[in-house]
Design a protein around this ligand. Structure first.
Ligand SMILES: Nc1nc2c(ncn2[C@@H]2O[C@H](COP(=O)(O)OP(=O)(O)OP(=O)(O)O)[C@@H](O)[C@H]2O)c(=O)[nH]1
Length: 401
Protein backbone atom coordinates (compact mmCIF):
# COMPACT_ATOMS: atom_id res chain seq x y z
CA UNK A 1 0.00 0.00 0.00
CA UNK A 2 1.57 3.27 -1.10
CA UNK A 3 0.72 5.89 1.45
CA UNK A 4 3.43 8.42 0.88
CA UNK A 5 3.31 9.09 -2.85
CA UNK A 6 1.24 11.94 -4.15
CA UNK A 7 1.59 14.16 -1.12
CA UNK A 8 2.51 17.71 -1.91
CA UNK A 9 1.59 17.51 -5.62
CA UNK A 10 0.47 20.84 -6.98
CA UNK A 11 -2.35 19.78 -9.26
CA UNK A 12 -5.87 21.05 -9.60
CA UNK A 13 -7.35 17.56 -9.19
CA UNK A 14 -6.91 16.36 -5.59
CA UNK A 15 -4.85 13.17 -5.43
CA UNK A 16 -6.70 10.23 -3.87
CA UNK A 17 -4.50 7.37 -2.77
CA UNK A 18 -5.59 3.76 -3.42
CA UNK A 19 -5.97 3.36 0.36
CA UNK A 20 -8.41 6.29 0.55
CA UNK A 21 -10.38 4.93 -2.38
CA UNK A 22 -10.53 1.53 -0.74
CA UNK A 23 -11.66 3.11 2.55
CA UNK A 24 -14.33 5.19 0.86
CA UNK A 25 -15.64 2.06 -0.81
CA UNK A 26 -15.71 0.10 2.47
CA UNK A 27 -17.30 3.05 4.26
CA UNK A 28 -20.08 3.30 1.63
CA UNK A 29 -20.80 -0.42 1.96
CA UNK A 30 -20.98 -0.12 5.76
CA UNK A 31 -23.19 2.95 5.58
CA UNK A 32 -25.65 1.32 3.19
CA UNK A 33 -25.82 -1.79 5.37
CA UNK A 34 -26.43 0.27 8.55
CA UNK A 35 -29.08 2.33 6.74
CA UNK A 36 -30.89 -0.84 5.68
CA UNK A 37 -30.83 -2.19 9.25
CA UNK A 38 -31.91 1.14 10.73
CA UNK A 39 -34.62 1.80 8.17
CA UNK A 40 -37.45 0.62 10.39
CA UNK A 41 -36.36 2.18 13.68
CA UNK A 42 -37.94 5.35 15.01
CA UNK A 43 -35.88 8.47 15.81
CA UNK A 44 -35.04 8.52 19.57
CA UNK A 45 -36.56 11.16 21.83
CA UNK A 46 -34.81 10.57 25.16
CA UNK A 47 -36.18 9.72 28.59
CA UNK A 48 -38.02 12.01 30.99
CA UNK A 49 -34.80 13.74 31.96
CA UNK A 50 -34.25 15.50 28.70
CA UNK A 51 -32.90 15.63 25.19
CA UNK A 52 -32.37 12.72 22.84
CA UNK A 53 -28.93 11.83 21.52
CA UNK A 54 -27.62 12.23 18.02
CA UNK A 55 -28.07 9.03 16.06
CA UNK A 56 -25.16 6.96 14.88
CA UNK A 57 -23.06 7.35 18.04
CA UNK A 58 -22.55 4.26 20.16
CA UNK A 59 -23.99 4.52 23.62
CA UNK A 60 -22.75 3.14 26.92
CA UNK A 61 -25.54 2.82 29.51
CA UNK A 62 -24.44 2.58 33.15
CA UNK A 63 -27.08 0.89 35.32
CA UNK A 64 -27.20 -0.94 38.65
CA UNK A 65 -28.24 -0.53 42.29
CA UNK A 66 -27.75 2.71 44.23
CA UNK A 67 -24.21 3.33 45.47
CA UNK A 68 -22.86 0.47 43.36
CA UNK A 69 -20.26 2.83 41.85
CA UNK A 70 -21.66 3.94 38.45
CA UNK A 71 -20.87 7.66 38.73
CA UNK A 72 -17.46 6.85 40.23
CA UNK A 73 -16.61 4.67 37.25
CA UNK A 74 -17.64 7.35 34.78
CA UNK A 75 -15.75 10.08 36.69
CA UNK A 76 -12.54 8.05 37.04
CA UNK A 77 -12.43 6.74 33.48
CA UNK A 78 -13.67 9.76 31.56
CA UNK A 79 -12.84 12.70 33.81
CA UNK A 80 -9.60 11.57 35.42
CA UNK A 81 -11.04 11.99 38.91
CA UNK A 82 -8.71 10.48 41.54
CA UNK A 83 -10.50 7.38 42.93
CA UNK A 84 -10.38 8.64 46.53
CA UNK A 85 -12.42 11.72 45.56
CA UNK A 86 -15.37 9.57 44.51
CA UNK A 87 -16.13 9.20 48.22
CA UNK A 88 -17.66 12.67 48.01
CA UNK A 89 -19.84 12.06 44.94
CA UNK A 90 -23.51 12.70 45.53
CA UNK A 91 -26.17 10.21 44.58
CA UNK A 92 -27.36 10.69 40.99
CA UNK A 93 -30.94 12.00 40.86
CA UNK A 94 -31.51 12.19 37.09
CA UNK A 95 -30.08 10.43 34.07
CA UNK A 96 -26.70 12.03 33.33
CA UNK A 97 -26.01 12.12 29.60
CA UNK A 98 -22.55 12.93 28.39
CA UNK A 99 -21.12 13.09 24.92
CA UNK A 100 -17.51 11.92 24.76
CA UNK A 101 -15.24 13.38 22.11
CA UNK A 102 -12.82 10.65 21.30
CA UNK A 103 -11.42 8.58 18.44
CA UNK A 104 -15.06 7.65 17.96
CA UNK A 105 -17.65 9.90 19.53
CA UNK A 106 -19.87 8.05 21.93
CA UNK A 107 -22.39 8.78 24.65
CA UNK A 108 -22.29 7.72 28.28
CA UNK A 109 -25.60 7.68 30.15
CA UNK A 110 -25.44 7.26 33.92
CA UNK A 111 -28.80 6.10 35.34
CA UNK A 112 -29.78 6.75 38.97
CA UNK A 113 -29.73 3.49 40.96
CA UNK A 114 -33.34 3.81 42.12
CA UNK A 115 -34.77 3.94 38.58
CA UNK A 116 -35.84 0.81 36.77
CA UNK A 117 -36.49 2.03 33.23
CA UNK A 118 -38.64 -0.98 32.39
CA UNK A 119 -40.96 -0.32 35.35
CA UNK A 120 -41.02 3.48 35.22
CA UNK A 121 -43.56 4.95 32.82
CA UNK A 122 -42.36 7.74 30.53
CA UNK A 123 -39.09 6.23 29.32
CA UNK A 124 -38.81 5.74 25.59
CA UNK A 125 -37.14 2.33 25.34
CA UNK A 126 -36.23 2.86 21.69
CA UNK A 127 -34.42 6.06 22.58
CA UNK A 128 -32.44 4.30 25.31
CA UNK A 129 -31.69 0.91 23.79
CA UNK A 130 -32.25 1.60 20.09
CA UNK A 131 -28.63 2.56 19.32
CA UNK A 132 -25.77 0.14 19.04
CA UNK A 133 -23.85 0.12 22.27
CA UNK A 134 -23.54 -1.64 25.58
CA UNK A 135 -25.42 -1.88 28.82
CA UNK A 136 -22.91 -1.84 31.68
CA UNK A 137 -24.57 -3.29 34.77
CA UNK A 138 -22.59 -2.50 37.93
CA UNK A 139 -22.86 -4.88 40.92
CA UNK A 140 -21.27 -3.95 44.26
CA UNK A 141 -19.25 -7.05 45.19
CA UNK A 142 -18.73 -5.75 48.74
CA UNK A 143 -22.48 -5.68 49.39
CA UNK A 144 -25.28 -8.23 49.32
CA UNK A 145 -25.74 -8.69 45.58
CA UNK A 146 -28.84 -10.92 45.37
CA UNK A 147 -31.25 -8.05 44.71
CA UNK A 148 -28.88 -6.55 42.12
CA UNK A 149 -28.66 -9.90 40.33
CA UNK A 150 -32.46 -10.31 40.39
CA UNK A 151 -32.91 -6.86 38.82
CA UNK A 152 -30.22 -7.58 36.26
CA UNK A 153 -31.93 -10.86 35.38
CA UNK A 154 -35.26 -9.20 34.70
CA UNK A 155 -33.53 -6.43 32.69
CA UNK A 156 -31.68 -8.98 30.54
CA UNK A 157 -34.91 -10.87 29.88
CA UNK A 158 -36.67 -7.65 28.84
CA UNK A 159 -33.75 -6.73 26.59
CA UNK A 160 -33.55 -10.17 25.02
CA UNK A 161 -37.16 -9.89 23.92
CA UNK A 162 -36.85 -6.46 22.30
CA UNK A 163 -33.20 -5.43 21.85
CA UNK A 164 -31.27 -8.67 21.63
CA UNK A 165 -28.26 -7.05 19.92
CA UNK A 166 -27.20 -4.84 22.80
CA UNK A 167 -24.10 -6.16 24.58
CA UNK A 168 -24.60 -6.72 28.31
CA UNK A 169 -21.44 -6.14 30.31
CA UNK A 170 -21.63 -7.04 33.99
CA UNK A 171 -19.06 -5.20 36.12
CA UNK A 172 -18.62 -7.11 39.39
CA UNK A 173 -17.31 -3.97 41.00
CA UNK A 174 -15.34 -2.87 44.12
CA UNK A 175 -13.29 -6.08 44.11
CA UNK A 176 -10.35 -4.23 45.67
CA UNK A 177 -9.65 -5.66 49.08
CA UNK A 178 -11.25 -9.02 48.23
CA UNK A 179 -9.07 -12.12 48.05
CA UNK A 180 -8.50 -13.69 44.62
CA UNK A 181 -10.40 -16.83 45.64
CA UNK A 182 -13.36 -14.86 46.92
CA UNK A 183 -13.47 -12.74 43.73
CA UNK A 184 -13.63 -15.87 41.58
CA UNK A 185 -16.29 -17.43 43.84
CA UNK A 186 -18.48 -14.34 43.50
CA UNK A 187 -17.98 -14.25 39.74
CA UNK A 188 -18.90 -17.94 39.43
CA UNK A 189 -21.96 -17.53 41.64
CA UNK A 190 -23.27 -14.48 39.74
CA UNK A 191 -22.58 -16.09 36.35
CA UNK A 192 -24.48 -19.25 37.31
CA UNK A 193 -27.44 -17.30 38.69
CA UNK A 194 -27.74 -15.32 35.47
CA UNK A 195 -27.17 -18.17 33.06
CA UNK A 196 -29.68 -20.42 34.89
CA UNK A 197 -32.35 -17.76 34.74
CA UNK A 198 -31.68 -17.13 31.06
CA UNK A 199 -31.77 -20.78 30.08
CA UNK A 200 -34.99 -21.27 32.13
CA UNK A 201 -36.52 -18.71 29.77
CA UNK A 202 -35.02 -20.26 26.66
CA UNK A 203 -32.20 -17.78 26.02
CA UNK A 204 -29.03 -19.82 25.68
CA UNK A 205 -26.66 -17.45 23.92
CA UNK A 206 -27.38 -14.03 25.38
CA UNK A 207 -24.42 -11.63 24.87
CA UNK A 208 -23.54 -11.31 28.57
CA UNK A 209 -19.90 -10.82 29.64
CA UNK A 210 -18.52 -10.55 33.18
CA UNK A 211 -15.63 -8.35 34.38
CA UNK A 212 -14.05 -8.00 37.84
CA UNK A 213 -13.45 -4.27 38.34
CA UNK A 214 -12.28 -1.63 40.77
CA UNK A 215 -11.58 2.07 40.35
CA UNK A 216 -8.51 1.65 42.58
CA UNK A 217 -6.51 -0.19 39.94
CA UNK A 218 -6.31 -0.60 36.17
CA UNK A 219 -9.02 -3.26 36.05
CA UNK A 220 -11.72 -0.68 35.30
CA UNK A 221 -9.77 0.60 32.27
CA UNK A 222 -9.14 -2.93 31.09
CA UNK A 223 -12.86 -3.74 31.34
CA UNK A 224 -13.85 -0.56 29.50
CA UNK A 225 -11.28 -1.34 26.81
CA UNK A 226 -12.99 -4.66 26.16
CA UNK A 227 -16.43 -3.04 26.13
CA UNK A 228 -15.36 -0.38 23.61
CA UNK A 229 -13.46 -2.85 21.42
CA UNK A 230 -16.67 -4.76 20.78
CA UNK A 231 -18.13 -1.58 19.27
CA UNK A 232 -15.34 -1.16 16.72
CA UNK A 233 -16.19 -2.81 13.42
CA UNK A 234 -13.13 -4.30 11.73
CA UNK A 235 -11.19 -4.46 14.97
CA UNK A 236 -9.40 -7.42 13.42
CA UNK A 237 -7.75 -5.11 10.88
CA UNK A 238 -6.36 -2.90 13.64
CA UNK A 239 -5.10 -5.97 15.48
CA UNK A 240 -3.50 -7.30 12.31
CA UNK A 241 -1.67 -3.98 11.82
CA UNK A 242 -0.32 -4.06 15.38
CA UNK A 243 0.61 -7.75 15.22
CA UNK A 244 2.52 -7.16 12.03
CA UNK A 245 4.26 -4.12 13.57
CA UNK A 246 5.29 -6.18 16.61
CA UNK A 247 6.73 -8.89 14.39
CA UNK A 248 8.62 -6.46 12.18
CA UNK A 249 10.00 -4.27 14.97
CA UNK A 250 10.40 -7.06 17.54
CA UNK A 251 8.02 -5.41 19.99
CA UNK A 252 6.87 -7.46 22.92
CA UNK A 253 3.48 -5.78 23.06
CA UNK A 254 1.82 -2.81 21.35
CA UNK A 255 -1.31 -0.92 22.39
CA UNK A 256 -3.34 1.69 20.59
CA UNK A 257 -4.60 3.98 23.34
CA UNK A 258 -7.34 6.54 23.57
CA UNK A 259 -5.14 9.12 25.31
CA UNK A 260 -7.80 10.89 27.37
CA UNK A 261 -9.48 7.87 28.91
CA UNK A 262 -6.49 5.49 28.63
CA UNK A 263 -8.77 2.83 27.26
CA UNK A 264 -6.83 0.70 24.77
CA UNK A 265 -8.83 0.21 21.65
CA UNK A 266 -6.65 -2.41 20.04
CA UNK A 267 -3.58 -4.49 20.73
CA UNK A 268 -1.56 -7.14 18.93
CA UNK A 269 -2.42 -10.83 19.10
CA UNK A 270 -0.07 -11.66 22.03
CA UNK A 271 -2.02 -12.14 25.28
CA UNK A 272 -2.69 -8.97 27.29
CA UNK A 273 -0.99 -8.90 30.65
CA UNK A 274 -1.94 -6.32 33.22
CA UNK A 275 1.69 -5.32 33.88
CA UNK A 276 2.42 -4.28 30.28
CA UNK A 277 -0.91 -2.45 30.04
CA UNK A 278 -0.20 -0.59 33.30
CA UNK A 279 3.27 0.49 32.32
CA UNK A 280 2.16 1.72 28.89
CA UNK A 281 -0.79 3.53 30.38
CA UNK A 282 1.38 5.17 33.07
CA UNK A 283 3.85 6.18 30.38
CA UNK A 284 1.11 8.17 28.64
CA UNK A 285 0.59 10.07 31.89
CA UNK A 286 4.29 10.86 32.07
CA UNK A 287 4.32 12.19 28.52
CA UNK A 288 1.17 14.24 29.07
CA UNK A 289 2.63 15.73 32.25
CA UNK A 290 5.88 16.61 30.51
CA UNK A 291 4.03 18.17 27.57
CA UNK A 292 1.92 20.17 29.98
CA UNK A 293 5.00 21.51 31.75
CA UNK A 294 7.22 22.15 28.75
CA UNK A 295 4.61 22.78 26.09
CA UNK A 296 4.43 20.86 22.83
CA UNK A 297 5.91 21.80 19.50
CA UNK A 298 5.34 25.51 18.74
CA UNK A 299 8.74 27.25 19.12
CA UNK A 300 9.70 30.92 19.04
CA UNK A 301 11.73 32.27 16.12
CA UNK A 302 14.71 32.67 18.43
CA UNK A 303 14.56 29.06 19.64
CA UNK A 304 14.21 27.83 16.10
CA UNK A 305 17.25 29.89 14.98
CA UNK A 306 19.31 28.37 17.79
CA UNK A 307 18.22 24.84 17.02
CA UNK A 308 18.87 25.23 13.30
CA UNK A 309 22.23 27.00 13.70
CA UNK A 310 25.65 25.68 14.74
CA UNK A 311 26.63 22.86 15.05
CA UNK A 312 23.75 21.24 13.13
CA UNK A 313 23.21 23.76 10.35
CA UNK A 314 20.03 22.21 9.03
CA UNK A 315 16.29 22.89 9.18
CA UNK A 316 14.54 21.51 12.25
CA UNK A 317 12.28 19.29 10.13
CA UNK A 318 15.36 17.45 8.86
CA UNK A 319 16.71 16.91 12.35
CA UNK A 320 13.67 15.14 13.76
CA UNK A 321 12.35 11.83 12.53
CA UNK A 322 8.71 12.77 12.86
CA UNK A 323 6.61 15.88 13.20
CA UNK A 324 4.31 14.15 15.68
CA UNK A 325 4.92 13.64 19.37
CA UNK A 326 7.40 10.87 19.86
CA UNK A 327 9.28 9.56 22.83
CA UNK A 328 11.19 6.57 24.04
CA UNK A 329 12.52 5.59 27.46
CA UNK A 330 14.63 2.67 28.50
CA UNK A 331 13.48 0.98 31.64
CA UNK A 332 16.48 0.03 33.72
CA UNK A 333 14.96 -3.22 34.95
CA UNK A 334 15.28 -5.53 31.95
CA UNK A 335 16.58 -2.78 29.68
CA UNK A 336 13.38 -2.74 27.64
CA UNK A 337 12.64 0.51 25.83
CA UNK A 338 9.07 1.76 25.66
CA UNK A 339 8.14 3.88 22.68
CA UNK A 340 5.18 6.19 22.27
CA UNK A 341 3.96 7.80 19.08
CA UNK A 342 1.04 10.17 18.79
CA UNK A 343 -1.35 9.04 16.04
CA UNK A 344 -3.83 11.93 16.11
CA UNK A 345 -5.42 14.20 18.70
CA UNK A 346 -7.00 11.25 20.51
CA UNK A 347 -4.84 8.22 19.84
CA UNK A 348 -1.34 7.14 20.75
CA UNK A 349 0.59 4.02 19.89
CA UNK A 350 2.60 2.69 22.83
CA UNK A 351 4.83 -0.35 22.59
CA UNK A 352 7.22 -2.29 24.79
CA UNK A 353 10.30 -3.24 22.84
CA UNK A 354 12.46 -6.28 23.40
CA UNK A 355 15.57 -6.04 25.52
CA UNK A 356 18.48 -4.23 23.90
CA UNK A 357 16.65 -3.13 20.75
CA UNK A 358 16.88 0.63 21.20
CA UNK A 359 19.87 0.84 18.86
CA UNK A 360 17.40 -0.13 16.11
CA UNK A 361 15.33 3.02 16.65
CA UNK A 362 15.74 4.49 13.13
CA UNK A 363 14.28 1.33 11.56
CA UNK A 364 11.63 1.08 14.23
CA UNK A 365 10.65 4.70 13.58
CA UNK A 366 10.35 4.03 9.88
CA UNK A 367 8.00 1.10 10.42
CA UNK A 368 6.00 2.93 13.08
CA UNK A 369 5.58 5.81 10.62
CA UNK A 370 3.97 3.48 8.09
CA UNK A 371 1.60 1.99 10.64
CA UNK A 372 0.65 5.41 12.04
CA UNK A 373 -0.26 6.59 8.54
CA UNK A 374 -2.30 3.41 8.08
CA UNK A 375 -4.11 4.04 11.34
CA UNK A 376 -4.88 7.63 10.37
CA UNK A 377 -6.34 6.40 7.08
CA UNK A 378 -8.34 3.81 8.98
CA UNK A 379 -10.08 6.39 11.13
CA UNK A 380 -10.12 9.45 8.88
CA UNK A 381 -12.90 8.83 6.41
CA UNK A 382 -15.55 7.44 8.74
CA UNK A 383 -14.75 9.99 11.46
CA UNK A 384 -15.28 12.84 9.00
CA UNK A 385 -18.66 11.40 8.10
CA UNK A 386 -19.64 10.94 11.77
CA UNK A 387 -20.54 7.25 11.62
CA UNK A 388 -19.04 3.86 12.60
CA UNK A 389 -15.53 2.94 11.58
CA UNK A 390 -14.40 1.39 8.33
CA UNK A 391 -11.10 -0.25 7.63
CA UNK A 392 -8.35 -1.14 5.22
CA UNK A 393 -5.96 -4.02 4.97
CA UNK A 394 -2.80 -3.88 7.06
CA UNK A 395 -0.13 -1.57 5.60
CA UNK A 396 2.99 -3.14 4.18
CA UNK A 397 5.85 -2.59 6.56
CA UNK A 398 9.40 -1.81 5.57
CA UNK A 399 12.52 -3.65 6.48
CA UNK A 400 12.60 -5.89 9.54
CA UNK A 401 14.62 -4.40 12.37
N1 LIG B 1 -13.89 0.24 47.48
C1 LIG B 1 -14.42 0.77 46.38
N2 LIG B 1 -15.35 1.75 46.48
C2 LIG B 1 -15.87 2.26 45.34
C3 LIG B 1 -15.46 1.79 44.05
N3 LIG B 1 -16.18 2.47 43.12
C4 LIG B 1 -16.98 3.33 43.78
N4 LIG B 1 -16.80 3.21 45.12
C5 LIG B 1 -17.49 3.97 46.19
O1 LIG B 1 -18.87 3.66 46.13
C6 LIG B 1 -19.63 4.79 46.59
C7 LIG B 1 -20.81 5.04 45.70
O2 LIG B 1 -20.36 5.44 44.44
P1 LIG B 1 -21.25 6.22 43.36
O3 LIG B 1 -20.43 6.32 42.15
O4 LIG B 1 -21.83 7.47 43.92
O5 LIG B 1 -22.44 5.17 43.15
P2 LIG B 1 -23.65 5.27 42.10
O6 LIG B 1 -23.88 3.89 41.61
O7 LIG B 1 -23.42 6.32 41.08
O8 LIG B 1 -24.85 5.68 43.07
P3 LIG B 1 -26.27 6.36 42.69
O9 LIG B 1 -25.96 7.67 42.03
O10 LIG B 1 -26.95 6.53 44.01
O11 LIG B 1 -27.00 5.41 41.80
C8 LIG B 1 -18.64 5.95 46.67
O12 LIG B 1 -18.34 6.18 48.04
C9 LIG B 1 -17.40 5.46 45.95
O13 LIG B 1 -16.18 5.99 46.50
C10 LIG B 1 -14.46 0.75 43.99
O14 LIG B 1 -14.03 0.29 42.92
N5 LIG B 1 -14.00 0.28 45.18
Amino acid sequence: MDMGSGRGRSTAIPYISPASLNLTHVYEQNRQRVQKQDGTKAEGGGGPSGQGAARGKPRLLLMGQRRSGKSSISSVVFHKMPPSETLFLESTARVQKESMKSFMDFHVWDFPGQIDVFDTPGYDMDAIFGEIGALIWVIDAQDDYLEAVARLNSTILDLQRQYSNINIEVFIHKVDGLSDDYKLDIQRDITIRIQDELSDHGFENAPVTFHLTSIYNHSIFEAFSKVIQKLIPRLGTLEAMLTSLCRTCRFEKAYLFDVLSKIYIATDSAPVDMASYEICSDYIDVIIDISEVYGTWPRSEEQRRQLEGEPWNMPLEDQISTVWAESCVVISDGNKPIMLREVDTYLALVAIMKEGTHDKMPLVNMNVDVVVKGLIDFFEITKAKGQGIGGVGPPELGQES
